[in-house]
Every structure is written in C-alpha cells, then in structure tokens.
Design a protein around this ligand. Structure first.
Ligand SMILES: Cc1cc2nc3c(=O)[nH]c(=O)nc-3n(C[C@H](O)[C@H](O)[C@H](O)COP(=O)(O)OP(=O)(O)OC[C@H]3O[C@@H](n4cnc5c(N)ncnc54)[C@H](O)[C@@H]3O)c2cc1C
Ligand code: SF4
Length: 585
C-alpha cells in the first residue's frame, strides 16, 4: 500500500468524507468500479499496531494499561452532573476523553473532548478521529437487520417503514460477509437473519446452560456473531485469521486485524487499485455548491495541523463522517440555494435521531462451576448473543419494539471478583475458586426515532478549528424507560431459570449515547418532504450528493448497526457508480 499524494488541482470523480466503516466501504466499492476517489479524513493515520499492543501483558505496561495522570476519561456521573463541554472541575487534566477512552491503548484514537466540544442535553458521545474511525476499537458484534425492522411500522404502526425490504439488502449483506469475514452459527430466525459464517467460536459451560434453559422459553442464545475472520481471507494481505488470543476484550482492538477495521479491511486494498487518494488531517467544514447548477462541487477543508484552508473538487460528494458529524456537515453547508443546509429542504436533517438504550447489566454465578479447575475460556472474539424475543408474535402491553442481550461467561484474564470476600491469601484462594463460574450480560434496546429528538448547530461554541459545534436536543422517552424495566425483569428471570445465583444487577438507566450506535439524522424515504435521502442514500435535493453512514437509517432496530451501514453503503455505491457511468450525476 503506497502513500498517495493529493492533487487539489484536479477534479476527482468522487470525494469521500470520513474513513470509518462507511467511508472505507464507499472507497472500496467506488474504486473497484474504476472511479478516481479522494478520501478526506479529519484525524491522523496512527501507527495502529503500536497503539493497540493487543498482546502486552498488564505488568509490562508502566500503569497496567491505565491513562497517564494528565488524561481523564469521563465517568457515568460526570456525563449527568456536569454540562458539556465539561467544565469547570477538570482543570487539572490536560486531556479529556469520552467514557470509552479510559485506557492507554485508545487515548490517541478517541478525540480530545476539549478540542471537540458539544452542547445541549446530556449525551455520552464517543468519537474516534483517526484513519478508520471507530472501527479500530469497535466491539465486533455484526448482526443483520430484518423486515421486523425495515417494515416495523406495518407491524406496530409507529414511525415510518424503510423504502427497502430485507430482500433488497440481503445480497449486499452476503457481499460484506464474504469480503470481510464473520463468525457465527446459523439459527434460521426470521428476525435475526443468518450471515455466511466462517468457523464459529464455542459456547462455554455456563453459556450452554443458559442456552438450554432458554430453549424452554422459546428464546435463542447463539454464539457471538463477530465481524472477525476466523478462517482468513485469501483476497486480503493486510489481515490475519483470528488466533483466538483473547485480546479482544481490551478496548484496543486487534493488532493482527482478524477483527475487521476499515483501514486493513477496505482502505489499503482500495489504495492498491491505484484509484484511491487518502488525505488525513483534513477536517471537512463545508460541502461546496455550484451556484449555477445547484450540484455539489467539492469540499472545503482545513488541514488540522497547519490550520490552512483548502478546497477539493469532485463530480460526486459522498458524506461518511458518522451519523452526527455527517448531519453537522450538511447543516454547516449553507448557501444561497440551500439556506438551511445542503440537502435539507425537508427540514429533517439532524432530526429522527435514534440509537440503542443500554441497561439491565447482570452478573450471575453458575454454582456447579465453583472450585472447578481452570479452563481456557477467553480465547474468543466474543461470548454469546441472546436474540430479541419481545414484540415478535405477541404484543407487549407496555412498550413497542425489542431488545437483545450481549454477554459472556467463563475465565477471563481478569477474574471477576464481585462476590469474593476476605484479603491476603484467603482472598486469592476465594478468587481462584470462583473465577470460572461467572456469567454476565447486558441489553441493547431500540430507541424510537422521534422528530423532536435532534441535533443542530450551537450558535456560540466552536471546535478547535473554529467550526460550529453540535447542540443536542435528545432524551429517552417512556417507551425506552418501560423497555429497560422489562430488560431488568427478564434478565433476572432468565438467570434464575438457568439456576445462576445473581450476584450483581445494574439498575441504572445509562446516559443517552452510551451505546455508541447513533443513527437516523438524515433518514431515507420515498417522500422528499419527510426524508432527506432516497433508498440509495442519495440526496432528494442534490443528485450528486450521497450520505452513506448511519444517518440514513429510518429506525434503529435493536441489532448493532455496523454490518447494515456497510451493506447499505455497498448497495448505494453500486448504484452511484452505475449512474456515474451513465452520465446521470
Ligand atoms: C467501543 C465501541 C464498540 C462498538 N461496538 C460495536 C459493535 O459491537 N457492533 C456494531 O455494529 N457497532 C459497534 N460500534 C459502533 C461502530 O464502531 C460504528 O457503527 C461504525 O464505526 C460507524 O461507522 P462510520 O463510518 O459511520 O463512523 P466512524 O467509524 O466513526 O468513522 C467516521 C470517520 O469520519 C471522520 N470524520 C468525522 N468528521 C469529519 C470531518 N468533518 N471531516 C473529515 N472526516 C471526518 C472521523 O474522524 C472518523 O474517522 C462500536 C463503537 C465503539 C467506539
Ligand atoms: S481473539 Fe482474534 S480477533 Fe480477538 S484480538 Fe485475538 S486474534 Fe484478534
């Protein structure tokens, strides 16, 4: 993969803004079609393997993996008791990070909150500004949506249906599976469609107990469907197969790239085609417009290091800066023709913002495993997934839509000590005795897309580069609160049915944003008055403008979004390339 040089005198076929799951996929598909693409990424290209150090033992790190003293990662309470941009009270820290930035391995991957402030209602916004974005540290759970999601309005009357069905996107999920690799087991569930899986991981003892107990309740526990190649990928020289080193759990990703990340999975192979130019440290601040045609003409950006302004010209603009940053960029791109921001004649940009509500964390103990000899349980890129079971065939009286649980059991590198008492030799003995017996899980539920949950531009606060910040107007509603109550009850019910002793139950309703699955700020639809994009993620207003990340989602489902972001993006970019070749853009 050779480094590329940006030629700002030329007009590229397409400029892609952002290099995460969406930007990487856009670059892969468009360059494969022979288009000349410029990718603008706001963050640095990090020496990611040196950052992640997946195999470093805790005792080989001066602070056992913890942050240096002048860095601070926001805690749960700090999101709710202090107003963003997080002052006063943090003066002693030179660098502030989101809650997920609490280890030395990710401090350069996640943004410095002070440089990237935002305002408004509480929101635990996690951003990664570097080549590959959040895919460098994502949790790898790779699930498909189904018509229970795409046609949810038909089932319960709420919101809008997507303008596509599962059959439209299924071939593209297949392409993503085959190109990037995914592990899992087929279950043949209409509400959680199967992928084309590589070799699966194994459930361990307590997980099998849970699976078997829940079969009686008609609930399905399956192996964690991980966006990880377990068999290897012959077509990709930058990624290794998973060696089950169990280093996934550290929030620092996989330094041999068995777990998908956008640079090694998509961007480096796209550069090898000779059709992709990547410019990092390029903060897009506005999509420029040709005043005569009303079409997008390129992107104005700032070099994050020199603070110099530049303009890149392109025949098509593809926005993939992540759901909230993409909405911000559309809103920032105001002109005489588009006074409310480009692509925003509907007034829906920033609105219908949705995500997942997290809750009902539970820890149990399988009594039959206490005192048993050690087993190797952590050599896996994930534990289990407990599929949605609410509002499938029956209607729940208190809420609509559903939730699923992610979890794992067995012996990890760091033993769980929730129920262990004592100190010294006695404590160590207690920990050793219990360490293999714990099982835990937590839920992710669908937050309804509501017009009144939205982001706009703050009239005063700006980021380090002088660009107006986002302002949040976003809160969970009654449906989410009632769903979380149900999550707690069913978590307890399922652990009790499996014979686990419950040792911890989390009763908190986590801050908005904690799921890191923000979606829906430029939704697709067939009516240009109530949606921003068409079914190919193409702006209704501006034909040569596409927004190919989670912004396009009509609802959030309860399944994790990244595999769907990439499948939709692939479909849209196939369409884009076809239209481009026909001269329609
Ligand atoms: C800890 C963690 C765990 C997660 N676990 C899962 C999981 O298990 N399953 C799942 O499906 N998802 C998971 N996610 C979410 C997943 O990472 C995202 O859905 C995915 O990365 C979204 O891709 P994206 O391209 O839209 O955004 P990103 O990956 O965030 O990439 C956007 C890129 O755009 C760049 N950018 C932003 N603004 C600008 C600008 N103005 N100019 C130029 N560039 C810009 C950013 O720097 C970034 O590199 C997790 C995320 C985190 C952080
Ligand atoms: S378990 Fe597999 S995917 Fe996870 S860090 Fe190790 S090699 Fe990478």
């Amino acid at each position: 993969m050779a480094d590329s040089v940006t030629d700002l005198k030329k007009t590229y076929d397409a400029v892609v803004i952002g290099s995460g799951a969406a930007g990487g996929m856009a670059a892969h598909v468009l360059t494969t079609h022979g288009m000349k693409v410029l990718m603008l990424e706001a963050g640095k290209k990090l020496p990611i393997d040196q950052e992640l150090r997946s195999m470093q033992w805790p005792y080989d790190h001066p602070r056992r993996g913890n942050l240096p003293p002048d860095h601070h990662a926001l805690t749960y309470n700090e999101y709710t008791i202090r107003n963003p941009p997080y002052g006063p009270g943090f003066e002693k820290y030179k660098h502030l990070h989101s809650y997920t930035g609490g280890s030395d391995y990710v401090k350069n991957i996640v943004v410095d909150e002070r440089e990237n402030p935002y305002t408004g209602t509480h929101y635990a916004w996690v951003r990664a500004r570097c080549l590959g974005g959040k895919t460098n540290i994502w949790g790898r759970l790779a699930l498909r949506f189904s018509d229970y999601d795409f046609k949810a309005k038909t089932r319960d009357g709420y919101g809008e249906n997507w303008p596509i069905s599962y059959s439209d996107i299924a071939p593209y999920y297949d392409k993503v599976d085959l190109y990037l690799g995914i592990t899992g087991v087929k279950e043949d569930l209409p509400y959680l469609p199967d992928s084309i899986f590589q070799r699966p991981t194994k459930l361990n003892c307590a997980e099998v107990t849970l699976k078997q107990s829940l079969q009686k309740m008609d609930r399905v526990v399956t192996q964690y469907r991980a966006g990880v190649t377990s068999d290897g990928l012959k077509h990709n020289q930058y990624r290794s197969r998973c060696f089950g080193r169990g280093a996934c759990e550290r929030r620092g990703g996989c330094d041999i790239h068995a777990a998908f990340d956008s640079p090694t999975g998509l961007i480096y192979p796209a550069m090898d085609t000779g059709n992709l130019t990547v410019r990092t440290n390029a903060v897009a601040r506005e999509i420029t417009v040709d005043p005569d045609t009303g079409r997008a003409s390129g992107v104005q950006f700032i070099d994050s290091q020199t603070m110099q302004d530049y303009t890149a010209r392109a025949k098509v603009v593809v926005v993939a800066a992540s759901t909230l940053e993409s909405a911000r960029l559309l809103l920032l791109s105001k002109s005489r023709l588009y006074p409310n921001g480009i692509g925003n004649s509907s007034g829906h940009v920033g609105h219908n913002f949705c995500e997942h509500v997290m809750g009902a964390g539970i820890v149990g103990q399988a009594k039959n495993l206490i005192g048993k000899s050690s087993t190797l349980d952590d050599g896996r890129p994930g534990g289990f997934y407990l599929a949605r079971f609410r509002n499938l065939n029956e209607k729940h009286p208190k809420f609509i839509r559903g939730y699923g649980f992610e979890g794992n059991a067995g012996q990890g590198m760091f033993p769980h000590i929730a129920d262990s008492k004592g100190f010294g030799a006695e404590f160590k003995e207690e920990v050793r005795n219990n360490r293999g017996s714990y099982i835990s899980m937590g839920a992710f539920g669908e937050v309804l897309a509501r017009y009144e949950n939205y982001v706009d531009l703050d009239p005063v606060v700006k980021d380090k580069w002088g660009i107006p910040s986002l302002r949040f107007h976003y809160q969970f509603g009654d449906n989410e609160r009632r769903m979380v109550e149900d999550m707690r009850e069913t978590a307890q019910e399922m652990f009790e049915a499996s014979g686990f002793k419950i040792v911890e139950q989390d009763k908190r309703l986590y801050t908005e944003g904690r799921s890191i699955h923000e979606l829906g700020t430029a939704r697709m639809g067939s009516d240009a008055k109530t949606s921003v994009l068409n079914e190919f993620e193409q702006s209704h207003d501006v034909k040569n403008l596409f927004v190919v990340d989670g912004s396009a989602f009509v609802n959030a489902s309860c399944q994790n979004p990244t595999w769907t972001i990439m499948a939709l993006c692939w479909r849209s970019c196939d369409y884009l390339a076809d239209q481009f070749a026909k001269g329609n853009l």
